[in-house]
Design a protein around this ligand. Sequence first.
Ligand code: F6P
Length: 343
Amino acid sequence: MRIGLLTGGGDCPGLNAVIRAVVRKGIDGHGDALIGFRDGWRGVLEDSFMELTIESTRGILPRGGTILGSSRTNPYKRDDGVERVRATFAGQNLDGLIAIGGEDTLGVANRLNEDGLHVIGVPKTIDNDLGATDVTFGFDTALQVATEAIDRLHTTAESHNRILVVEVMGRTAGWIALHSGIAGGADVILIPEIPFDIDEVCRLIRRRHERGRYFSIVVAAEGAVPKEGTTMTLAAGEMDEFGHPRLGGIGYALEREIEQRTGFETRATVLGHVQRGGTPTAFDRVLATRLGLRAIDAAHEGAWGMMTALRSADIELVALADAVADVKRVPAQEYARYGVLFG
Ligand code: F6P
């Protein structure tokens, strides 16, 4: 078979491990020819690609980012997008394409499949917000980075009797915030799914002071929002060129608000893209490898329109349509379970 590969959306640690696994199994296991499109769907639209061989993918397993480059280009946002994708498939004589991406990239993969093109998906994102898979690779690495940052902030917060606010990524899902906050022993965790009450945040911090703990760690997801009616000044939301809200800023808003309301010295740290960069954890390398191996086999089974997914301990195939139907968010009961640890 002749199979194309692409990585789309925000990069995340483990993408190269998938590419390597697909190439190794494709060439040595199935006798395939593989090409990699550059910069996500942009490479397919412009027929910009590179040959992928065992040699060209050597040494990439532990490397963060993606050797193929990535973008948020969406063929459905161009009038001639789908025709151009068809033309590339035909010109390249492709039997199919493996798209490694999150909600947006796999949403495109699903629509292309409905339009009759042969596409298989592999789920990735640090946000862990894709349905139909227990976890996405990249999440574990982001979690490690955020947890280590919280550990480091803990010691300096304690030395200076400060309130330290840590803003983490996650878009509209609070997985990174909740899990890193629990792992790092945060005193307050704010997630997008549950609008927060700033009075309650300050009450928890004051209670710690009353109990003789003069520092606190507040972990806030970038998408955390105050309850309706709260008087808090927030930065006006910007959009990126693909129509996604550009998140971020809640950490600094909380810094101002907590200091003003409690009188305790408060500082914010925004972890930002540090969470997405660098080498993947062992867990993410193994998961990415398993997903890649299954994806190339799925192509040989003709399982177009499917996505590889981790379900319990197994890698299974699920419909792309199911995976992109809903964003997977933190359930309210899951968050409530940890309430006893706050403050
Ligand atoms: O989806 C991954 C992610 O890192 C989100 O957590 C974050 O909101 C977004 O991408 C940032 O995107 P960009 O790198 O385009 O600013």
